[in-house]
Design a protein around this ligand. Sequence first.
Ligand code: NDP
Length: 231
Amino acid sequence: MAAPGGGGSCFVLGASGATGQALLKELCAQRPFSRVTVIGRRQMSLPEGCGVAVEQAVVDFERLGEHADAFRGHDVGFCCLGTTRSKAGADGFVRVDRDYVAQAAELARAGGCKHFVLQSSQGANERSNFLYLRVKGEVEKLVEAVGFDRCTILRPAVLLCARQEFRPAEWITQRVLGFGARFFPTAYSVPVETVARAMVACVVQPSGEKVEVLENKAIHQLGKAVPQLGT
Ligand code: NDP
């Protein structure tokens, strides 16, 4: 378990994405770790002067085994990695959202990581007829099977975020659900900032469970409850 304002190290996969950016901000604000390593496929600009040593490892995800060093020595690993079928095709989606994530989890475990925090999706189910939900269910099972001391799986509903890239279907869904969130705030959507706060909160709170699954409502509750640790 990470100590509030304490030492220790974590890595973040997908830090350049909508949730990953929010998570990085939260890690800098809350400071549960003194060292954060961003592992991604390209250089990104990193926060400075937040009191946390933020480092970057640029890796080739098709040769992840050659980057075992990047995954060594972390207490906690956060994974917000993912693509879409429209961007990467069906095979590309499976490769990123299942295979890259499972390989990264294996490397993390081998490198000493004790707690893996995986951003999955509402409805994840390895027996689903829908590719997206099936792959999310499959990756959950693969990560669970790696055998971390602790594994936290978050299953957010539709993410509410201001995205630079335009995704038409997501844009419409966000507008509709953003409105619906006024009446059913925890049912169908969740802001990425709430997901990020829940991810940080779960590592600073003890748990008796080896594997915990946080559904959308639990993410809202945990994301709201987190105290300011780094102040
Ligand atoms: P984004 O699409 O904003 O970011 C995805 C991250 O994955 C980026 O850091 C991106 O890096 C990285 N990535 C994508 N493709 C590759 C690749 N081929 N190789 C290496 N890295 C790659 O993610 P979101 O924050 O929207 O979503 C995070 C997770 O949550 C995903 O797994 C998604 O499926 C899931 N989710 C999404 C929901 C939604 O409503 N959108 C709902 C529920 C769950 P780069 O910047 O280099 O592209």
